[in-house]
Design a protein. Structure first.
Length: 199
């Protein structure tokens, strides 16, 4: 029993049982739960994204600022990783630009309700659904393709490159571009409404 790899000496001098499979099983459980909760999270994201909301100036500014920081970090990371993954930065820039255009379209399609005391907005349901499903489909495809390429990629080619990982980066950049423009627009409209009330 002392020679079994499952038993190691403890500080007290006795032998302790070390459950080596706990960490891999925990990682596998987290991945499985994440995959199983993906449909639920998509539905919740859609419901939250299409709800009627009060346009708060400070909240819109905070969202735009934090997403701007995230976008800067994301694009910096993809620029560095393009050394090893060809097309990572260019696809991310294309996705980010497309997201910015979608953000402008989203602001144009949003229902704005100006009251005497507040400004309310309701994002367009079809645009939110299209963006959510597009990104979810691209991420699911990216996971499936990565799994396939990990097992079948030739030894001379990186399985990360062969899996189409850059497309998933573009999907992430699309979301960042969409939300940074959308929240910046909400901040501008809310600020304008506040200034008109003060006059």
């Amino acid at each position: 029993m002392l020679h079994s790899p499952r038993w190691i000496p403890c500080e007290s001098g006795r032998f302790c049982y070390v459950p080596l499979l706990v960490v891999p099983l925990a990682i596998l459980a987290v991945v499985a739960i994440s995959v199983l909760l993906l449909p639920w999270s998509i539905v919740q994201r859609y419901r939250a994204g299409t709800a009627r909301r009060l346009a708060r100036t400070w909240l819109a500014f905070l969202n735009a600022f934090v997403i701007g920081l995230s976008a800067a970090a994301f694009l910096t990371t993809t620029a560095i990783s393009s050394i090893w993954i060809p097309g990572a930065f260019s696809n991310s820039i294309l996705g980010f630009t497309g997201g910015c255009v979608l953000g402008v379209v989203g602001l144009w399609m949003t229902l704005w309700e100006r009251g005497s005391n507040a400004l309310y907005y309701t994002p367009n349901r079809w645009l939110v659904l299209a963006v959510t499903l597009t990104v979810a489909a691209r991420l699911c495809y990216g996971l499936w393709r990565t799994w396939q390429m990990w097992h079948t990629a030739p030894s001379c080619e990186s399985w990360v490159t062969a899996s189409g990982f850059t497309g998933s980066l573009a999907a992430g950049a699309l979301i960042l571009g969409y939300y940074i423009i959308f929240w910046a627009g909400v901040w501008i409209f809310a600020k304008g409404h506040l200034l008109r009330r003060q006059q």
